[in-house]
Design a protein around this ligand. Structure first.
Ligand code: ADP
Length: 267
């Protein structure tokens, strides 16, 4: 037992934790190896649904040609496989856009609690369908951050989506907003937004790699729930752009808490 904590560094440079596997390579070779690895992953992730689609098309052209019931069944599967490809491509585009902007600080000032509230509203139907209750515990007052509202919305939506997916049906997902007078690593005032689930939790060995692109604890499970394996990578890069921190705490059998800590501004 015991609570396990993984704290990401304030700034996440281009190189992910997978670097450990490429320790004996030069920086340039490492970057190239990571890029190759990513391209191989993307190709594999796209080929899986495409292979299914091609298979079903062949069957519909041949053996199942005159079988109306089979046709409906196959079309439903093709629909879901095409949907998976679309989600993957959308997430890839999000990720590349976020990475391209990572060095540019957001110029707007926004209320973190308002954005969280919008994200909760946006996800409430999905949560209800999964039998999960979203409980927003307000009371943070006006914690304002220098941020990109669409990107912060995406952070909270991704974390809520995961909490709903992996948090267990019939349970609550709690969302809290807490001001921090002086955050020790950010060395200034901050706001902590936590997404707390009472799901199965995550084995501590996975925590350091959880935000890597395509890293999943259980690939089959993630796929069956419509996951692309990119959600937390997108979260990590957005949080880095906002000079914030992502903290993941989890205990097997008890649940997980994903906290986003963002520096706040006056006014
Ligand atoms: P996915 O699309 O697979 O959900 P993410 O990048 O969002 O991809 O998450 C990576 C992996 O982290 C997931 O596949 C899952 O194994 C694990 N994970 C994320 N959030 C949670 C959570 N709240 N509880 C348990 N496991 C989680």
């Amino acid at each position: 037992g015991g609570l396990r904590v993984h704290v990401s560094p304030v700034r996440i440079a281009g190189a992910p934790a997978a670097l450990a596997a490429f320790e004996d390579l030069s920086a340039l070779e490492q970057a190239e190896a990571i890029r190759r690895d990513f391209v191989a992953n993307v190709s594999h992730e796209l080929r899986t649904p495409l292979t299914a689609l091609i298979g079903f098309i062949e069957t519909l052209k041949g053996p199942a040609r005159d079988d109306a019931a089979a046709r409906d069944r196959f079309l439903a599967v093709m629909d879901s496989e095409a949907g998976r490809m679309m989600r993957l491509i959308n997430d890839l585009l999000s990720l590349s856009r976020v990475q391209a902007e990572e060095r540019r600080r957001p110029s707007q000032t926004v209320a973190a609690g308002d954005i969280l509230q919008r994200a909760v509203l946006a996800q409430s139907a999905l949560a209800a369908a999964a039998g999960v209750t979203l409980v927003l515990e307000a009371g943070a007052g006006e914690c304002r951050v220098q941020g990109d509202p669409d990107q912060l919305m995406q952070v909270f939506v991704n974390l809520i989506e995961n909490a709903v997916k992996y948090g267990g049906a019939g349970r609550e997902v709690r969302l809290t907003v807490s001001p921090i007078a002086r955050e020790p690593v950010l060395k200034g005032p901050a706001v902590q937004i936590a997404v707390i689930d009472r799901g199965e939790g995550i084995d501590p060995i996975h925590l350091p790699r959880l935000t890597e692109r395509f890293y999943r604890v259980d690939t089959h499970r993630s796929r069956s729930k419509g996951g692309t394996g990119l959600g937390l990578a997108i979260v990590k890069h957005i949080v880095a752009r906002h000079r914030g921190r992502l903290r993941i705490e989890s205990e097997i059998g008890k649940g997980s808490t994903f906290s986003v800590i963002l520096p706040t501004v006056e006014g």
